[in-house]
Write a protein that binds this ligand. Structure first.
Ligand SMILES: Nc1nc2c(ncn2[C@@H]2O[C@H](COP(=O)(O)OP(=O)(O)OP(=O)(O)O)[C@@H](O)[C@H]2O)c(=O)[nH]1
Ligand SMILES: [Mg+2]
Length: 550
């Protein structure tokens, strides 16, 4: 496999293109912001920013940093690789305070060096120092001599740390005395486990190690690296003083510079790292949505709390009372006038209420009821518990927060639904009016029949000649009128009762439907939308992190 192909494969990480992975991480940062731990999001956001910036800068250059403890020989190795005596090598420790950059190849990658924040006076163009004797094998290399990371000088490790975060390839310079120091392994090498493809390790000062112990020491370095999760990272034994191993190091660096994959591989490692950190915090449970069953349950509970069943029942009873009054036998209908109207009692007897009715309804509706309010809260809490089951704590918290954020408005808004919804109870049904006309016709017939009979009785009582009474099929007409008028009226009243029961139930259902629609709108605005917003943010984060992980 050619170096180029291998490099390209490494750059692609586990398959997804790097730009897409950075985009995924950016999406996760955006949706996780304010919801997940600030440090974790901040770290990922830094990676997105850095990756974006580095990808816009020169892809022709590979930034390689020499990092390590003070005295390990970074500056000496820098000089050995450049073939120039550029970096200050000192006896007094720490020596290097400022980073120096040496660029191989024609021209200075100014934007890249600016981005790395390397001062002008610390930039060296190697070709310009060699009087035209160009060595093109390392063209594109930007070699950095870093200050030590274990310094007593805080500014040194800040600078080293900053640049370690920005370079494409890291060469860790160890020395025989300090190569096993826990400080470097715990603070620097272990956290770099995802970056082993962009790392080289150098065991310098090898000339100071007796020849028979050298390979055992290199093996020991490898063993420690394996424990750090860095198995496979090349380890080279060098002596910056005698030049031993420097040619091999130059070759190893040159190969990485040549295949130009380090930039993307390093960034892919950063993205993987940040995505893994965020995933550990954000969790990996499947995203979910509020389904219609959840929403129905919520509307049920809110309707109950708002008093919808109470109002619905009042609508049913009021319709029945009014219809009975309209269709009953005129005598009993008149008597039922004295029965109270359930809707009027709830101040909901009109379609839409005036101000006074709103005020009255507020005091009479049960939303102020502590038990109902508790029911609403526990339903919303149960809904949240259900929906966030299996999600990581930050999301459980954000969903709960979102679901209760508008609780204060809930009571008022539900009250408004009850008092402003047109319940559709104005006027009695048309058929009732027809029945009423018929009832009156029958009533008048009975009365006329009754009066007629009374007249006949009176003339008979007064021994006056009785006028002839017409008959129908052998039955006297006034008797028929009285009996049929009363009987038909009562039968009609009874039949109407059946119809009333159906009609009042249907009106109650219509009122309930309208009220529930109103409650559903409130539930949607105050609970469903905020909770769905959090669930959508979780999905965005989850999907973004999946893309970022590649
Ligand atoms: N014997 C031997 N001495 C070396 C080797 N490399 C560096 N030295 C010496 O070790 C001392 C420190 O070397 P530097 O190159 O300044 O080390 P450094 O890592 O840059 O140190 P800081 O800049 O302080 O972080 C100097 O006296 C070098 O001459 C080596 O391979 N063998
Ligand atoms: Mg130095």
């Amino acid at each position: 496999m050619s170096g180029l192909v291998a490099g390209a494969k490494r750059a692609l990480g586990r398959g997804a293109p790097l730009d897409k992975r950075v985009g995924g991480l950016e999406q996760a940062v955006e949706s996780g912001h304010g919801r997940l731990d600030e440090d974790v999001v901040e770290h990922a956001s830094g990676v997105v920013e850095r990756a974006g910036a580095r990808l816009r800068l020169s892809a022709e250059h590979t930034v390689v940093a020499l990092a390590g403890a003070t005295g390990s020989g970074k500056s000496s190795t820098f000089n050995a690789l450049t073939g120039l005596d550029l970096a200050e090598v000192g006896v007094r420790r720490p020596t290097t305070s400022w980073v120096t950059a040496c660029v191989w190849g024609a021209g200075e990658p100014t934007a890249l060096l600016d981005w790395l924040d390397i001062p002008q006076r610390h930039r060296v163009l190697r070709d310009s120092m060699l009087d035209g004797k160009r060595d093109s094998t390392l063209d594109g290399l930007v070699l950095l001599d870093l200050p030590d990371h274990d310094s007593t000088e805080v500014s040194h490790h800040l600078e080293a740390h900053r640049l370690i975060g920005m370079t494409d390839l890291m060469v860790w310079v160890l020395d025989p005395q300090k190569y096993a120091d826990a400080a470097i392994h715990d603070r620097f090498l272990k956290p770099m486990a995802t970056h082993k493809d962009v790392m080289l390790v150098v065991l310098n000062h090898i000339d100071e190690v007796p020849a028979d112990r050298r390979s055992a020491m290199v093996d020991d370095v490898r063993r420690l690296l394996e424990l750090d999760g860095l198995a496979g990272v090349p380890v080279l034994a060098t002596s910056a003083r005698t030049g031993e191993g420097i040619a091999e190091l130059r070759k190893a660096v040159g190969k990485r510079v040549d295949d130009k994959a380090a930039v993307r591989t390093r960034l892919a490692g950063d993205v993987s790292d940040a995505a893994a950190r965020m995933s550990a915090h954000s969790g990996d449970a499947q995203p979910r949505e509020l389904d219609t069953k959840d929403q129905r349950q919520l509307v049920d509970a809110l309707s109950g709390a708002a008093g919808v069943p109470l109002v619905t029942d009042a609508v049913r009873r009021a319709t029945a009372v009014r219809a009975r009054r309209a269709t009953g036998w005129p005598l009993t209908a008149w008597l039922s006038k004295f029965k109270p109207d359930p809707l009027r009692r709830l101040h909901l007897d009109r379609g839409t209420s005036g101000k006074d009715l709103v005020a009255a309804a507020r005091s009479s509706m049960p939303t102020t009821n502590v038990v109902q309010q508790a029911r609403v809260e526990s339903t919303v809490r149960d809904l949240c518990d259900d929906i966030s089951d299996g999600l990581a704590q930050p999301w459980v918290r954000s969903i709960r927060l979102a679901s209760t954020s508008r609780f204060d408005d809930l009571g008022d808004r539900l009250d408004r639904v009850i008092t402003t919804t047109d319940l559709g109870v104005a006027g009695t049904p048309l058929w009732c009016r027809a029945v009423r006309v018929l009832q009156w016709v029958l009533f008048v017939t009975a009365v006329v029949g009754g009066l007629w009979l009374a007249g006949l009785a009176a003339t008979a009582y007064l021994q006056m000649p009785t006028p002839g009474t017409p008959d129908y099929e052998g039955f006297p007409v006034p008797t028929l009128m009285l009996v049929l008028g009363v009987v038909a009226g009562l039968v009609l009243a009874l039949l109407s009762r059946l119809l009333i029961s159906v009609a009042s139930k249907s009106r109650a259902r219509r009122a309930e439907r309208r009220l529930r629609e109103g409650v559903a709108l409130v539930a949607d605005e105050l609970v469903v939308t905020p909770v769905s917003g959090e669930l959508a943010a979780y999905r965005q984060t989850w999907e973004g992190l999946r893309t970022a992980r590649g």
